[in-house]
Ligand binder design. Structure first.
Ligand code: HXC
Length: 260
């Protein structure tokens, strides 16, 4: 598949999608969002892909938000189309059964932070910065920022960022729990890939079960959520990979998961 505004590479079951409009700090225009949606769809259809990584091209930005040049031209109707295009790609991203890591190498602003927060977790470079600056444009986040940010850092911390539009450093994002890890810029991709390889070596059935149990459970009350976990556990128990994992432990050897 050929792309103009993103690039896609797969190595040893780990696919990396790179937002690639460095001159505009990888801002999300319609063309990029369409390509991103296609790439996510291709990942969803490929059973061999075990982990997805998202990052930004160049040394300045992950994604500096929606393309303001394009935003400025939208009327209400076109704005809805623009929002839906981005949201459907982001929803498809969250529906993937594999782990998704955001490798935030620079600015993650507006729609950029919203995409990163839709990933399973974020690793950041020391040079990264984060924010929801839409308020400064007379707007509000449109790709989930008013919903995911408070769920991650709590309503009060989120409201401060949303009301002021201020940018925070990677270290501050780490303190708030937006990112899992902060590393030197040159170490970012190696660190992300090491974690991706670790997850790719696990059984596919149990990785999928963890993801579904956490995500579906978070949207349910605790009783329902615990039932979701029980069902997921039972499903894993019946899998050949669970037989392999438990046998390997008892036989004091490394498991060789087949993904079944
Ligand atoms: C279009 C953008 C852009 C954006 C940067 N650029 N962000 N173009 N849309 N979101 C362009 C600049 O115009 C400039 O182009 C080039 O990228 C480099 O940016 P500079 O501003 O010169 O760089 P710098 O001084 O380092 O400042 C970086 C920055 C600033 C702090 C990130 O660019 C900035 O504030 N960008 C806007 C961030 C933002 O408000 N994002 C939220 C968008 S709304 P030229 O041609 O001049 O070199 C949003 C809503 C999502 O995301 C939901 C929608 C439904």
């Amino acid at each position: 598949m050929s792309y103009e505004h993103i690039s896609v590479a797969t190595e040893q079951g780990i696919t990396t999608i790179t937002f690639n409009r460095p001159k505009a700090l990888n801002a999300l225009n319609s063309a990029l969002l369409e390509e991103f949606a296609r790439a996510v769809e291709a990942v969803a259809a490929d059973e061999e892909i075990r982990v997805l990584v998202l990052t930004g091209a160049g040394d300045k930005a992950f994604v500096a938000g929606a393309d303001i040049t394009e935003l400025a031209r939208l009327d209400t109707l076109k704005a809805k189309v623009f929002i839906n295009r981005g949201l459907s790609a982001i929803n498809a991203l969250t529906q993937l059964s594999i782990p998704v890591i955001a490798a935030v190498n620079g600015f993650a602003l507006g729609g950029g932070l919203e995409i990163a927060m839709a990933c399973d977790f974020i690793y950041a470079s020391e040079k990264a910065s984060f924010g929801q600056p839409e308020i400064k444009l007379g707007l509000i986040p449109g790709y989930g920022g008013t919903q995911r940010l408070p769920r991650i850092i709590g309503a009060a911390q989120a409201k401060e960022l949303l009301f002021t539009g201020k940018m925070i450093s990677a270290v501050e994002a780490l303190r708030l729990g937006i990112v899992n890890k902060v590393v030197a810029p040159e170490a970012l991709m190696d660190t992300v890939m090491a974690t991706a390889r670790e997850m790719a070596a696990m059984g596919r059935v149990s990785v999928r079960a963890v993801k579904q149990a956490v995500d579906n459970g978070l949207n349910a009350d605790l009783t329902t959520a615990l039932r979701i976990e029980t069902d997921a556990f039972a499903l894993c128990m019946a899998s050949p990979d669970a037989k392999e994992g438990t046998s390997a432990f008892l036989e004091k050897r490394k498991p060789a998961f087949t993904g079944k």
